[in-house]
Design a binder for this molecule. Structure first.
Ligand SMILES: Cc1cc2nc3c(=O)[nH]c(=O)nc-3n(C[C@H](O)[C@H](O)[C@H](O)COP(=O)(O)OP(=O)(O)OC[C@H]3O[C@@H](n4cnc5c(N)ncnc54)[C@H](O)[C@@H]3O)c2cc1C
Length: 417
């Protein structure tokens, strides 16, 4: 076995998290190797809804979700589904999710999420600028839509919390609402406008452009599947599925919803699950969207991308192996027509992706408890694009031995043991 490391850092996973980290490390002068079994931006980072949702500071694990879940689960094509066959597998995760939803825990996770979001806001501007992709940001805000006064009133406590954390918003109705988004259906009576919410022109473009910017700064990309990781006195060895191995000084596991499998090879047990999500991308011109529309009661969004109008969301707790059930994509398009009746629904492209999710709705960012040369950066759930630049900053701090930009203890991998 060679002891000489050609690379300072090897990153397993070329989604938005791995590539943002690669960019920051290459920029800092590190010799970086990026490995991905499928290529750049092959999974969740390609097909997401494109929101930089800095206002989403409440963890998903919360009393509100616990109250809504039974109603949602009762509807087989509703915003949340749990195939019965997968229940025994996911039960331990669900129990942890339930515990994390208790009010005493929620206060702490909201603080941790807010700290990460504040960092994300600053770091996104800085990373996008440095990587030359600032032109792919859209600054037209988002409109949260409510069908009926009751639904809107039920959201007010959430807006109050967000307001207390400095998030700007404006409740709108009537002509102001119609001006922000013409063509809404009659069921939409109330809305809340969030001006600082950003979106990207296309998440696939953004992710691959950040990857290319990392390569321009010297990072190397290789298509390869990592099967095992070992640490020794010289560094880290990553075994690949073709039987070869690569050595580096340190490694970063940013393999999205599959990361726990690599952590397990080091002996770390991390309760990562996937919240599968669905969407349909309709051709550009399907509807004249002025900004992202969020439908909180139905758990989906409509996004204007350069490539078309994307309608998606939903959560299916169905694991990594089950075949997609694209009726979920169809039902969201149907519901979207109620929101914007002029929507042209022909020629849509359906997609399903794997959100990497931890039960307390916070990512894992930190060194492996069993192998200090391995850094974990995964589990961003619904917010991986939003928190990618902040994660890249924090991992760079760890690699460079600098004081982390925020307290890392809420995201430590050993919090589940
Ligand atoms: C429907 C939907 C909508 C969403 N909308 C938003 C949104 O609007 N805003 C937002 O912030 N987030 C959103 N998300 C979440 C976001 O997409 C994810 O959190 C994010 O993409 C995760 O990025 P990642 O780099 O961790 O994982 P991924 O993008 O999944 O990348 C992981 C990579 O690791 C590779 N890999 C895995 N195992 C191995 C291995 N053993 N060896 C080598 N490579 C490996 C995979 O091939 C993959 O390329 C959405 C998700 C879904 C599903």
């Amino acid at each position: 076995m060679v002891r000489h490391s050609q690379y300072d850092v090897c990153i397993a996973g070329a989604g938005i998290i791995g590539l943002s980290i690669a960019f920051r490390l290459a920029e800092a002068g590190k010799r970086v190797l990026i490995l991905d079994r499928k290529g750049m931006a092959a999974e969740a980072s390609a097909g997401n809804a494109g929101a930089l949702a800095f206002a989403d500071i409440e963890p998903l694990a919360s009393p509100g979700i616990i109250l809504k879940a039974p109603k949602w689960l009762f509807d087989p094509l509703g915003p949340l589904s749990l195939p019965l066959g997968y229940l025994p597998r996911i039960l331990p995760w669900l129990l942890r999710f339930f515990r994390a939803s208790m009010p005493d825990r929620v206060a702490g996770s909201t603080r941790a999420q807010t700290a990460l979001m504040d960092l994300a806001r600053a770091e996104t501007e800085s990373l996008f600028e440095a990587a030359g992709v600032a032109g792919l940001l859209r600054r037209d805000g988002a409109l949260f839509l409510y069908e009926g006064e009751r639904a809107w009133k039920a959201s007010l406590a959430m807006w109050k919390t967000r307001g207390a954390h400095g998030i700007e918003f404006e409740h709108v109705t009537g002509s102001r609402l119609a001006a922000l988004q013409p063509g809404l259906g009659p069921t939409v009576t109330h809305a809340t406008f969030v001006p600082q919410w950003l979106t990207v022109s296309d998440p696939l473009d953004v992710t691959t452009c950040i990857g290319k910017a990392a390569i321009d700064r010297g990072a190397v990309f290789q298509t390869a599947e990592v099967t095992d990781i070992e640490q020794d006195e010289y560094g880290v060895v990553l075994m690949l599925s073709d039987g070869t191995a690569v050595r580096s000084g340190e490694a970063v596991i940013a393999s999205g919803a599959w990361s726990h499998r690599l952590a397990a090879t080091l002996g770390d047990s991390i309760p990562l699950e996937t919240e599968r999500g669905y969407n349909t991308t309709l051709p550009a011109g399907a509807f004249d969207l002025k900004r992202q529309l969020v439908i909180p009661e139905e758990g989906f969004v409509l996004t204007r991308l350069d490539t078309g109008v994307r309608i998606g969301g939903a959560v299916e707790l169905g694991g990594l192996e089950r075949a997609p059930d694209f009726r979920r994509s169809e039902i969201m398009v149907e519901k979207a027509r109620r929101i914007v009746p002029g929507l042209k629904t022909d020629n849509g492209r359906q997609w399903m992706g794997f959100r990497p999710s931890l039960p307390d709705s916070l990512p894992v960012i930190g060194r492996s408890p069993r192998a200090h040369r391995v850094i974990y950066a995964f589990g961003h759930g619904h917010l991986g694009l939003t928190q990618s630049a902040a994660t890249a900053r924090l991992v760079r701090d760890l690699v460079l031995g600098a004081a982390p930009a925020i307290d890392l203890s809420p995201y430590r991998p050993q919090r589940f043991s």
